[in-house]
Design a protein. Structure first.
Lengths: 119, 577
């Protein structure tokens, strides 16, 4: 499956998903499962670290679209961090920056969660 | 003119040229319109020592001016719009000097009646005005100053036009990037879908691609399969569509419908879920699916090109889903064929092999099945007493049901064989069992007999089968072996099956056959092979061996039917040695 991997770790009470490889039609459901699992466990402060993400297809973006409302309605957020320029360009092209909190560094996201800031 | 004032003039000229040069470089190199405008205003204000100034940008759509930059007291605030009742000629005038030029000007800067408007224009485009108030010492601008600002305005106009063009190019470029990305998405998904056989996965990916590509939050997808229209995917949707509502959506005439009030009144589901548009999807020019989409989350409206994309993506998904159905059908068909082949080999295994031999009797037997599995049956067995049992039967129908029944009959026969029981009683028992175990429209025509090699007696029971032909040595007339009883399985045994015994002699020929022989059709399908042809064929070959007689008959049938076989053919030829 095109070496897509999700690593889950916790930073204090926040959940960080580290994505690496290519997030495309085949791997989108892996991300979906991970997000679902967090939401089912009432974890709503989610940081998606994209540092090692090489590629994202629209199906991958769709997964974020499908779950952002749920998370926000529960008082949390999905914050995206550490994107490489190529991946950011795709997000930007489709207009994601107006809807999502896209941050330079994971620590920025932690800080924003600490200060209870949302997009 | 004194030499010092000349020097002064020259110095000023040099300064002005230098300013022009530097400004023009700075402005032209900048692609930021805001930067250009701000600098133009500040440079001119500083240079002329004017404390009030504005930049007005012309809005062609509304034919008025927006205050883009505004500095100094009494100037209208930025963002305000102003309209002037000017003739076209005024707009083309390079400089307008209020209070000096010969027409009425509104007082755009409060308390200032001597504003000067410098036209910002390129050869084909009126951009707006640089508007300067009076000088601090309340003198009007000198010719020289006006000339200088005019030059600066021209340079700035070019810079503004450039930056506008650049902005436009950037916008177009971005649009192109998005188009390229859309095409890539379609291309990638067509590849991805192609290798997917799991329908649910295709539907899921389709959903996410829609959501991600268009920033959609509310989405539903209805698919028709085997006459049933079902919502197979949804996101952010509450409630469900009734089947009447679904049918209404399918009945919409256009394959793209932007939801309006009339439609939401008919189908409130669309309103509660804020569905913006319903797009019909087709497979082989038949609408078999539709998607509904809510507003885009970035609040952009759907363009026709967006709709086109959604439709292309949808049609691609539907095509891939249909492909999986076809694939399943095909696999199912192959599986059935495979099973039929297995059934056929099992059935072939039920026929006697090798065929028992006897020194009192030449035996030739053959079964040629037309379909993969058929209902014909024959058997030749050595009974414990040393006698030979011959059986031939034809189950109604074809295929698996016929083959099952035939296998059943074969099993009964083999179980009954070692038991010392008369053909008559055994026939009655078989009939009852078949009658009990099968639907009444399933039955078997069956003939069986036992040859005693010691006295050449042949006793038999015929249960509704084509009567075997007995051609006695030297006789032209044949006899038919009719005696017996009812066809097997049609009704319970009421009257006993009659058992008949005949005395065979040397060179007598017995032929057992199924209706595949006599009902073989000629090429035009107008005539059956018939019993007469069969009988003639037996007579022609009566001096040959049993195998040769059998071959002769089969060849004759094949010639008659031009090798087109509609039914199973089973043939047993016995010749008394």
């Amino acid at each position: 499956m095109k070496n897509f991997k999700i690593n889950h770790r916790e930073v204090r009470s926040y959940d960080v998903l580290e994505l690496s490889g290519e997030l495309d039609a085949h791997t989108a459901s892996q991300l979906e499962n991970s997000l679902k699992k967090l939401i089912d466990n009432e974890k709503h402060h989610i940081i998606v670290n994209c540092e090692d993400l090489d590629y994202i297809a629209s199906a991958g973006l769709g997964v974020f679209m499908a779950y952002i409302e749920d998370v926000r309605s529960l008082g949390g957020d999905i914050k995206l961090t550490n994107m490489n320029p190529k991946v950011y360009n795709v997000f930007d092209l489709l207009g994601f920056p107006t809807l999502y909190d896209i941050l330079e560094e994971e620590s920025d996201a932690v800080e924003k969660f600490d200060n209870n800031e949302s997009k | 003119m004194s030499s010092s004032s000349f020097e002064n003039d020259e110095r000023q000229s040099r300064f002005e040229i230098k300013t022009l040069l530097e400004t023009s470089r700075m402005l032209i190199e900048s692609q930021d319109m805001d930067f250009v405008l701000n600098n133009l205003l500040l440079i001119t204000m500083g240079k002329l020592m004017v404390s009030k100034g504005m930049i007005l940008i012309y809005q062609p759509a509304t034919d008025n001016y927006e205050v883009s930059k505004s500095k100094g007291r009494g100037c209208p605030t930025e963002g305000k719009t102003l309209s002037f009742n000017w003739d076209q000629e005024v707009k083309e005038q390079s400089v307008i000097r209020c209070g000096i030029d010969d027409f009425e000007m509104p007082e755009v800067i409060e308390g200032d009646t001597h504003c000067t408007f410098f036209n910002l224009q390129t050869s084909n485009n009126h951009i707006g005005f640089l508007c300067l108030g009076s000088k601090g010492n309340n003198t009007s601008l000198s010719e020289r100053e006006i000339e200088f600002i005019e030059s600066l305005s021209i340079i700035s106009s070019v810079a503004i036009a450039n930056s506008r063009m650049f902005t436009e190019l950037r916008r177009i470029n971005r649009m192109l990037d998005r188009k390229v990305y859309e095409l890539n998405t379609l291309f990638d998904l067509s590849k991805d879908f192609n290798i997917m056989v799991d329908r649910e996965e295709i539907v899921r990916i389709f959903k996410f691609a829609m959501l991600g590509q268009m920033l959609i939050r509310k989405f539903f997808f209805v698919l028709e399969n085997e006459g049933e229209r079902k919502m197979v995917a949804r996101s952010g949707i509450e409630g469900s569509l009734s089947s009447e509502e679904t049918d209404k959506l399918f009945a919409l005439e256009d394959d793209l419908v932007e939801v309006d009030q009339e439609l939401t009144e008919e189908i409130p589901f669309l309103k509660t879920n804020e569905i913006k548009a319903v797009i019909g999807l087709q497979f082989q020019s038949e609408q078999i699916a539709l998607v509904g989409v809510g507003a885009r989350a970035n609040e952009e409206e759907y363009s026709s090109s967006d709709y086109n994309f959604l439709r292309s993506l949808g049609n691609l998904a539907v095509l891939s889903i249909q492909k999986t159905f076809l694939l399943e059908e095909r696999i199912e068909k192959e599986r059935i064929e495979e099973e039929l082949n297995i059934a056929k080999s099992i059935q072939q295994g039920l026929l006697p092999d090798p065929i028992p031999s006897s020194d009192k009797l030449e035996i030739a037997a053959k079964n040629i099945s037309s379909y993969q599995v058929g209902g014909d049956y024959f058997d030749i067995l050595k009974v414990p007493s040393g006698e030979l049992l011959f059986a031939i039967g034809d189950v109604t129908g074809k295929g698996i049901p016929a083959a099952l029944l035939m296998a059943n009959l074969q099993a009964m026969l083999h179980v009954l064989l070692p038991i010392d029981i008369s053909l008559s009683k055994a026939s009655a028992q078989i009939n009852d069992i078949i009658h009990q175990n099968t639907p009444s429209n399933k039955f078997i025509t069956f003939f069986w007999g036992i040859f005693n090699p010691d006295n050449r007696e042949f006793r038999f029971v015929n249960a509704g089968h084509n009567p075997p032909i007995w051609l006695k040595k030297g006789k032209e007339e044949s006899e038919e072996l009719q005696e017996g009883g009812l066809i097997l399985g049609a009704m319970p045994t009421m009257a006993p099956y009659e058992e008949q015994t005949i005395q065979l002699s040397e060179k007598d020929v017995l032929v057992f056959y199924t209706d595949g022989v006599t009902e073989a059709m000629n090429e035009d399908e107008t005539e059956e092979f018939g019993e007469e042809r069969l009988l003639n064929c037996i007579k022609e070959n009566r001096f040959q061996s049993a195998a040769e007689i059998q071959e002769g008959i089969i060849e004759e049938v094949e010639r008659f039917s031009h090798d087109v076989q509609y039914d199973d053919i089973t043939l047993i030829v016995l010749k008394v040695s």
